[in-house]
Design a protein around this ligand. Structure first.
Ligand code: FES
Length: 105
């Protein structure tokens, strides 16, 4: 999947996720700024928060119960299209745009 990460400073980064790889993992592997992923995807840190583009929001499923709880604790405002990027694993055909928040801490 091709993921475009839009940053608050107006720049963007485009990366490709590997098979089964999450949006957080691809970001960390490639040093994409703005995504930390401190807990490695265990749903215990909230430092992988992103805003999913409204146009593709529905493609990436429901926010899980634990994810929902963790989203309440994100450092930058939770918005209707907030997700934890460790919980998004796009298929090869999917295209995704996410915006990274101002801060993860
Ligand atoms: Fe920690 Fe996503 S990487 S909750």
């Amino acid at each position: 999947s091709e993921v475009t990460y839009l940053h608050p400073d107006g720049t963007s980064t485009v990366q490709t996720t590997g098979p089964g790889e999450s949006v957080m993992e691809a970001a960390v592997r490639n040093g994409v700024p703005g995504i930390v992923g401190e807990c490695g995807g265990a749903l215990s840190c909230s430092t992988c928060h992103v805003y999913v583009d409204e146009a593709c929001w529905q493609e990436f499923g429901e926010v899980g119960e634990m994810e929902d709880d963790m989203l309440d604790g994100v450092a930058t405002d939770r918005l209707p299209h907030s997700r934890l990027s460790c919980q998004i694993r796009p298929t090869a055909q999917q295209r995704l745009r996410v915006t990274t928040p101002e801060s993860q801490y």
